[in-house]
Design a protein around this ligand. Sequence first.
Ligand code: ZN
Length: 285
Amino acid sequence: MPTIIFDQSATVFSADYHPERPARLTTTEAHLRDQHPDWAWIVPRLASEEEVLKVHHPKHLERLQQPVDFDADTPYYPRIEEHALRAAGAAIGSVDLALRGDQGFSLMRPPGHHATSTRAMGFCYLNSIAIAAHHALEAGCQRVAIWDFDAHHGNGTEDIVFGNNRIRFASIHQHPCYPGTGIASRGNVLNWPIPPRSPAERHTSAVQQALDQLIEFRPDIVLVSAGFDAYVKDPLTEMTLEQEDFASFGRWLKETGLPGAPILEGGYSNDLPILIDAFLTAWSD
Ligand SMILES: [Zn+2]
């Protein structure tokens, strides 16, 4: 049974008409509590400054406190630094659960995989998955894999982990699409750009190949940037995945036999709750 890492305070910030909205979490919380009354829920801690500074520049933390929008997609919200620290803390919590043989999913916002070491962008402020990957290394893992099946390229994660020979990162994403990067693989970073409206089989086979190449790295843990915006009805992308495909991703993660630490990244359709449920149910079955 998975443990859901969640805090109500992740639902208090919003901007009018922004797709990255509190309802993503509130509807998922209601759905999962209703469908799985036996699943455990825990509240995350904040990531520490020391943990964040392993991947972000000190000036970036200062910038998060300045009440000025970061770009057209990425507003300043009151206390956004604290909210981002809490999402990063939840990703760390997912790693901690995994390393003691449990299964935890971070159901938090804001997402993180577009945040670079020095820049908030694409609805992301701190790179939670990269912070959690460094936490896993500190906790004794020799090698860490990051599997990013969000429909957008995890450019921030690539920026941060590129050249780190203890981390292998794989991203499968729509191209062309925001942010426009992730066209080629390099070193420890593996990219699978997928054209818009590709058949779901082509997309899922790339997601599977990505996981296979991560497993060849013999990681001690698989962190997952679990975005659900490659769904056919997602309003931000033009991909074709169905609910059952996210169940396949969960089943494949389980079949690796490795500790897994998934965190929510994107996913903007009203069906987000059933997509997350499909993934988690298959993973923990
Ligand atoms: Zn996305």
